[in-house]
Design a protein around this ligand. Structure first.
Ligand code: AKG
Length: 296
């Protein structure tokens, strides 16, 4: 574990949830050069996210869905595949930018990686990628969290100079477990209670309310009252780009309509990982990559 004099994003190793205003920007630099226009950049800066319609065409979506099925079938017993604890259904397949040439090609496109370069103000690399599957009738929820809180504590990401692009592979209705984000929450860093146990990812990725790294209910209630909750609605192929410190999560899916998406996390090459800030050792490479080669 890293020992530094002052960690402005100190989290874990405490008994309660605390909040602090985030000192870092969400948009790093002028962001004038890239796929997003000035209004989109302003919205991302203010709300912490922005939705792009029709980022992928139907044939790309079909190719990604078929990759999801293939990887779930081929990677039996592989730790990169996380399954629902009750049903054994595939919940997530990680590291898909390395496992699938289809994913590798798509995420490098200027209209995708270019958004990350534009908002993060530098070259970028992939910190993590995953296909999240939320099948009809029994897809599990993802509890409220800030990704950056986890990446800082467990992966050693110094600052919130990272973002995710979540690309819908199925229609996202208001009721099939789509992404929920508290708009504007990216401006507040929520430090969470609890200590990070050894190999915590083996527990946290399958537990619907992870005991460490989850804000307490009082804090979430206050944040929801202040910011409200926006739900991502969109057709297959649309996408939401969101800041690494947004408070977000999603409900389970008991509707007959599956909800799957591709998540890609881009980190600035000027924000590469160090030792974890609040965990005994770094998480495995497929969760927090230490290959900082800029995307070509
Ligand atoms: O797929 C979802 O609904 C949410 C996933 C999520 O929050 C995450 O991967 O950090």
């Amino acid at each position: 574990m890293r020992t530094t004099a002052v960690d402005i994003y100190a989290t874990r190793n405490r008994t309660g949830t605390t909040t602090v205003a985030r000192p870092d920007p969400a948009v790093w630099g002028p962001a004038t050069d890239g796929p997003l226009d000035a209004d989109a950049v302003e919205e991302y800066d203010r709300r912490g996210f922005h939705t792009v319609d029709a980022l992928l065409e139907a044939h790309d979506v079909a190719a990604l869905l078929s990759e999801t099925t293939r990887l779930g079938r081929e990677l039996v017993g592989d730790e990169r595949v996380v399954r629902e604890s009750g049903s054994g259904d595939v919940r997530s397949v990680f590291d898909v930018h390395r496992l699938s040439s289809v994913v590798a090609e798509i995420i490098r496109r200027p209209e995708i990686a270019g958004i990350a370069r534009q908002l993060l103000g530098s070259e970028v690399y992939v910190h993590q990628s995953r296909l999240n599957v939320k099948p009809g009738f029994r897809g599990g929820p993802f509890y409220w969290h800030s990704d950056f809180e986890t990446w800082h504590a467990e992966d050693g990401m110094p600052r919130p100079r990272a973002l995710s692009i979540s690309i819908a592979l199925t229609e996202n209705y208001g009721y099939n477990g789509g992404l929920m984000i508290m708009p504007g929450s990216h401006r507040t860093f929520v430090a969470c209670a609890g200590e990070t146990p050894e190999n915590y990812h083996q527990q946290s990725l399958v537990t619907h309310v992870p005991p460490t790294g989850s804000p307490d209910e009082d804090t979430l209630t206050k944040m929801a009252a202040e910011h409200g909750i926006a739900t991502f609605l969109g057709s297959a192929g649309s996408a939401t780009v969101f800041d690494s410190n947004c408070m977000h999560g999603s409900n389970g899916n008991i509707t007959p309509f599956p909800r799957s998406n591709l998540f890609v996390v881009f980190n600035s090459v000027e924000n590469t990982l160090v030792e974890p800030f609040a965990a005994p050792k770094p998480r495995p490479e497929y969760l927090g990559s230490r290959d900082f080669t800029p995307l070509s």
